[in-house]
Design a protein around this ligand. Structure first.
Ligand SMILES: Nc1nc2c(ncn2[C@@H]2O[C@H](COP(=O)(O)OP(=O)(O)OP(=O)(O)O)[C@@H](O)[C@H]2O)c(=O)[nH]1
Length: 721
């Protein structure tokens, strides 16, 4: 019979050590304390008292899954008293724990092991203690995304093999290094009775996440609307901006007339409105392309004497793509030639129907020059802002967008920021795009130094380590160290991203994106040579029916593909179709840089075919012609049945048997077709290189003359982007 200490015995009987000691005292058995060893006769007596004589230390009676504790107990036996308190501790502790958790279930594997141990015990082989400490199951574990079996076992303080067995029991065959998904992890943890929680990793360097932070509804207050003015060249954007500012800037403010930064704020009957002075639509869309939505309302200026012009349409489409409400300012109403009805009529064609005509677009006749109608315009802005319910929480950390930024010789990096939420203060540690710093000085729209700026306020700041880009987001952090580390890792990431690839939609990856459910709308911009062809292409595109994706025409116009088209395409993840038109040099460069897919066509059904096949994943490989060589005809021989043999001399590159041939006479292509035979002396040959003579005949063409030039070309498949 084994020796057992008092506390061990107490644990087995689920009583306190003191109770056991008391009982022993009544039996006249003296023990010093709970660590005292019980002799076998004492155990027998206690057993009698507690269990009516059934031995409590008889290990062979126990469930097999307690074999490990048995193992330890037998170890203690072998080692005798030298086993030390810790070693003695293990066996019973585990036994108690298992009993406590009420888990009597046995696994076949464990039985086997138990059997083996029992044999060991019988053979009295020296005991090898298990290296892993037996630890209690944790109450709760956490994981992110997934865990390997080994990692899960470690978190559960269990042997990996035990977890593998458990998995096996629930029908999951897994090796120790296999990744387990969320469901499986939860299943296993449930089986162990351990709570489990998935931790969602938040990327602290992603500034957008701060914009998405939950805010208390109670702290939200009304904020000024942010307005952008757009329109065709010379329709009066600048004049309107000036006119609004002059009428509304308080007279007492010295220097209030000169606008200091690319945005300003006015007070209209106690309500503030912020105007952004973005030069043109491109800037507006560039910001959007960078993920920033800054504009709440767009004022579209249309000169009443000129009507809707190409850039008016472009502005409409930019605003629509950004889903920003549009107010029409029909300008130059003071002019004799003003014809507001015509403006209304023309805009109807672009889906902007005036309220007077039963639509819901606000039209305000104004004269930016003499100030007529400006009050009405501001009132309408107020009305739309109310409908939009523009709100922000001034108590939050400040965040917003860069309106413009530059490097100033004296002051270093200078950035105009639009605070969109929270309140920005001098001294705030800040991350702006891929730059960081502390707000050193802050200046408002009229050049005054300010200490803080609330929602919808434009301010100019200094104190950044580098110059950010227009459209970059900014977020304030609790300390400079955090700001620095986030700013630095963002700069690092940006560098890596520059080297890596962007995934813009292109016809080549369209099908892939559709399959992955990333694409619901295929945004398309159509540019064409004449209005008729643009409309025809757009109409045919809209007729394409492929399940899972919708063609959405976001902009159409007559003329070459411009940089602005590319910017809009990049911001809206659109492809550009050019029908009988080409991109200009700037557009080409921008398309390359932004990786916008530009498709050029001359035949409508080809456009449709291409888009359709891209949608169904059947896009044919694209080929490009490559000129491989040139030969000059030195002499011709007419041979009956064969035709004209051109004795030629290869002047450049090479001519190959399977190349296509263009026959050029006086700079004009007179024939294009296939080569029939290519011979060196009398033998057929596969290719003839520069500096050699050869005989060439063409398939179905005999009018070859001395002095003609053969241009050899091959069609090469080009790798899709
Ligand atoms: N008669 C009249 N002229 C106006 C009015 N608004 C603007 N103009 C004139 O129209 C011309 C163009 O005005 P701008 O404000 O520069 O036009 P813009 O749209 O800003 O032009 P860009 O900056 O070139 O795109 C200027 O000569 C203005 O004086 C108006 O309400 N009435």
């Amino acid at each position: 019979m084994s020796k057992v200490r008092v506390y061990e015995y107490a644990k087995k009987q689920n009583v306190t050590s003191k109770e056991v000691i008391d009982k022993l005292t009544t039996m006249n058995i003296e023990v010093k304390n709970h660590m005292a060893t019980l002799e076998s006769d004492a155990i027998a007596k206690l057993d009698k008292a507690y269990t009516g004589g059934k031995s409590s230390t008889d290990t062979t009676q126990k469930p097999q899954n307690q074999n490990r504790s048995t193992q330890n107990t037998s170890g203690q036996q072998n080692k005798g008293k030298g086993g030390g308190p810790q070693a003695q501790n293990r066996g019973p502790a585990r036994g108690g724990q298992q009993g406590g958790k009420g888990r009597g279930g046995q696994r076949p594997g464990q039985q086997n092991r138990g059997g083996k141990n029992n044999r060991n015990q019988k053979n009295k082989q020296p005991f090898q203690p298990t290296p892993m400490k037996h630890r209690e199951l944790p109450e709760k574990i956490t994981f992110t995304e997934s865990l390997t079996v080994a990692a899960l076992a470690k978190k559960l303080h269990r042997e990996p093999t035990e977890v593998v067995k458990k998995l096996f029991m629930v029908g999951v065959m897994a090796t120790v290094n296999q990744e387990l998904d969320k469901d499986t992890i939860e299943l296993i943890c449930e089986d162990y009775g351990v709570e489990v929680e998935e931790e969602i990793l938040v990327d602290s360097t992603d500034l957008e996440t701060y914009f998405d932070e939950e805010v208390e509804a109670g702290k939200m207050i009304e904020r000024p609307a942010v307005v952008t003015i757009m329109g065709h060249v010379d329709h009066g954007k600048t004049t309107l901006l000036d006119s609004i500012r002059k009428t509304k800037v308080t007279a007492g403010e010295a220097g209030g007339i000169t606008q200091h930064i690319g945005a300003y704020q006015i007070d209209n009957d106690g309500k503030k409105i912020t105007f952004l002075d973005t030069p043109g639509h491109a800037a507006f869309t560039t910001m959007r392309a960078r993920g920033a939505k800054v504009t709440d309302i767009t004022i579209l200026v249309v000169a009443a004497d000129d009507g809707v012009m190409p850039q008016t349409v472009e502005a409409i489409n930019h605003a629509k793509a950004a889903e920003v409400p549009i107010i029409i300012a029909v300008n130059k109403m003071d002019k004799q030639a003003a014809n507001p009805d015509r403006v209304m009529q023309e805009l109807t064609e672009h889906g902007l129907v005036s309220e007077a005509w039963g639509g819901d677009t606000i039209f305000v006749p104004v004269s930016a020059l003499n100030g007529d109608g400006i009050d009405n315009l501001l009132e309408m802005i107020g009305l739309v802002s109310e409908v939009e319910e523009l709100k922000a929480d001034p108590t939050r950390r400040a965040m917003g967008t860069v309106i413009e930024a530059e490097l100033d010789k004296g002051r270093g990096s200078v950035a105009t920021l639009l605070v969109q939420d929270g309140t920005l203060r001098v001294g705030d540690p800040i991350v702006v795009g891929n730059t960081f710093g502390r707000v050193r000085a802050m200046v408002n729209d009229i050049g005054r130094r300010v200490k803080e700026a609330g929602p919808s306020t434009p301010v100019e700041i200094t104190g950044l380590n580098d110059v950010p880009l227009a459209g970059d987001r900014f977020v304030v952090f609790e300390d400079e160290k955090t700001a620095r580390s986030i700013g630095e890792s963002r700069a690092q990431q940006a560098l890596q991203a520059q080297r890596g690839e962007k995934t813009r939609v292109s016809l080549d990856n369209l099908f892939e994106q559709m399959k992955q459910g990333e694409m619901k709308d295929l945004n398309v911009i159509v540019k064409g040579d004449v209005q008729g062809s643009v409309e025809a292409v757009a109409a045919s595109l809209l007729k394409i029916e492929v399940e899972g994706v919708n063609v959405k025409i976001i902009h159409t116009a007559v003329g070459a593909i411009t940089e602005s088209d590319i910017t809009l395409a990049a911001a809206s993840n659109a492809i550009v179709i050019g029908f009988n038109v080409r991109p200009d040099a700037n557009a080409k460069r921008a398309a390359d840089a932004e990786q916008v897919d530009v498709r050029l066509h001359r035949i409508i059904y080809k456009v449709i075919e291409e888009i359709e096949s891209a949608m169904t994943g059947l896009l044919d490989p694209e080929f490009e012609e490559k000129v491989i060589g040139q030969a000059e005809v030195r002499q011709t021989f007419k041979v009956s049945k064969v035709g004209t043999i051109a004795g030629s001399y290869v002047t450049e590159g090479k001519i190959t048997r399977d190349s296509g041939i263009r026959l050029i006479r006086d700079g004009i292509v007179v024939f294009e077709g296939d080569l029939d035979t290519l011979k060196r002396f009398k033998d057929d040959t596969k290719e003839v290189a520069k500096g050699y003579e050869c005989g060439i005949t063409l398939k179905n063409y005999n009018d070859v003359r001395e002095g003609d030039i053969f241009e050899a070309f091959v069609m090469e498949e080009i790798k899709r982007k």
